[in-house]
Structure formats: C-alpha cells, structure tokens
Write a protein that binds this ligand. Sequence first.
Ligand SMILES: Nc1ncnc2c1ncn2[C@@H]1O[C@H](COP(=O)(O)OP(=O)(O)OP(=O)(O)O)[C@@H](O)[C@H]1O
Length: 273
Amino acid sequence: MSAADTLEPDVPETNDPVLAIAKKDLTEALLYLDGVTVTFDGFRALNALSFTVDPGEMRAIIGPNGAGKTTMMDVITGKTRPDKGDVFFAGGTTDLTKLDETQIATLGIGRKFQKPTVFEMHTVIDNLRLALKGQRGALANIFKRETAAEREKIDEIFQTIKLNEHRDRLGGALSHGQKQWLEIGMLLAQDPKLLLVDEPVAGMTDAETAQTAELLREINANGHSVVVVEHDMTFVRDLGVRVMCLHEGSVLAEGTLDQVSANERVIEVYLGR
Ligand SMILES: Nc1ncnc2c1ncn2[C@@H]1O[C@H](COP(=O)(O)OP(=O)(O)OP(=O)(O)O)[C@@H](O)[C@H]1O
C-alpha cells in the first residue's frame, strides 16, 4: 500500500472498524504504523504492528524483553527497514520507510537512547550550544558568539531541564540523571515534533525518576509528541498517559495503565513475571 493509495480522498465508506480508524488516523495522526513486519533470520521481531500517535500525544510503551520495542523505534527512525508495512509521519504526508536516518531526524523525529551520550569534556551549556549548532557541524562553532535567538533558546531549555545552576560544569561531572536530562535538552534544541525516548529512568534514583516524569510531561505540554519505552511502572503511572503493551512484535493491549495492567494476557506475559 503506497501513501498515495492510502490518502486517496475518494476511498469508499467502509463499515470495517479497523479500516475506518485507519482512514481517520491517516489524516490526523502524527505517526502511523500500518502492518509493519520486521524479520531477522526468519524471526519476526515485529509482526504486522499497527498503531497511531496523535499530534501532541505522549504514549508509553511497555512489554517484555524481546517484544520488539527497540525494533519499533529503529523502524521509525530509519535504522531498520521493514519487510512489510508503512510508516507515515505528519498526517500521512511522509512515508518514513522511503527516507534515511538523517532525513527522518531533519523532519523532526528525535531519539534518546537508553545510555546518556553527552560530551563529557564540554560544559553543560556548550553541550546545548553544540546541539543547537549541530546542523552546521563544526565543533569550533561553540566558540563563536551565539545570536540572541540562540541564547533565548538555551535559556528556555535550561528552564525545562532544570540544570541552570549546572551550566558551567563539565558534562562528565553530572549525575546519571542529570546527564539524561541534558541529553533530552540537546534533543529539544532541534525542536522535534516527535521525541522517542528509550528507558529514560533506568539507573535513576526515585527522586530523579519522579523528576523525569515531570520533565517529559512539561515537554509534552509544550507541544512535543513523545513516545517513551519504559519498564518502570511507577514512572509510567506518573506520566499519566495512554499505554500500549507490545508482545511478540504486535500490540497486545492499549488503554490507560489501569486498563492495560488489568489485562490477563499482559499479566501473564509481562507484569506477573
Ligand atoms: N539485529 C538483529 N538481529 C537478529 N535478531 C534481532 C536483531 N535485533 C533484534 N533482534 C531480535 O528481535 C526481537 C525483538 O528485539 P527488541 O530489541 O526490539 O526487543 P525489546 O522489546 O526492545 O526488548 P528489551 O526490552 O529487552 O530492550 C528479540 O528477540 C531480539 O533478539
């Protein structure tokens, strides 16, 4: 199915609820995965995976090890090509499976990997400067005077990630949690429409975990859509968002955390373990 086929305006009305949802979501969704299958040596890491993320939505994704969560992020960011299926962005206008990783990042999809990767030998503020100027590349750029707009943007990010008092410390001197927040700030410098965040609170203290939930809620309230993969259920509860449980490469359950946690299959394959 091509994007052009799917967006054909004269698609006849359908009584099939799945098709009806697909039709509605293609024009309204920020992200739309449709029947995405990824096979590694005959093993299906993703199995006809379909879901949507609305503009401005934050979605939590849970599921047992090997459920396909990382592979799903790899497909969205262009690292892995699906064998089958479509991945549309921005109301179905863009088929991400036709783009490479750089093009997808440029479209406004930012990804935070599990481990922090800040520049340890640079100050916190220089890390943000580098992220802001990333498009222009050269490391030497951080020594050039920033524009008023860049300064304003950096101040805005510091407000959000709450590291203002650590501006002049080296990245490497921050705590694990602070490094994670700095890296999220570095992604915000690129103004992503959609932020993919992989297990952000792994290794964090309880206080850092609670602060991370607050940070992501604020980022979401500022208009960024967020997809966050996480195993920590206290954190997922703090996020207070729609939850999707993946299992064997497909959606096993979707709804509020209470609804998903009460699902017998979710308890059997994941929560009850
Ligand atoms: N490059 C690869 N080659 C072969 N198999 C792979 C590859 N990448 C992932 N897999 C397999 O695909 C399945 C899904 O892996 P994936 O990493 O997406 O799961 P996950 O839900 O992110 O798990 P976790 O919670 O442990 O991170 C696993 O069985 C994994 O071993």
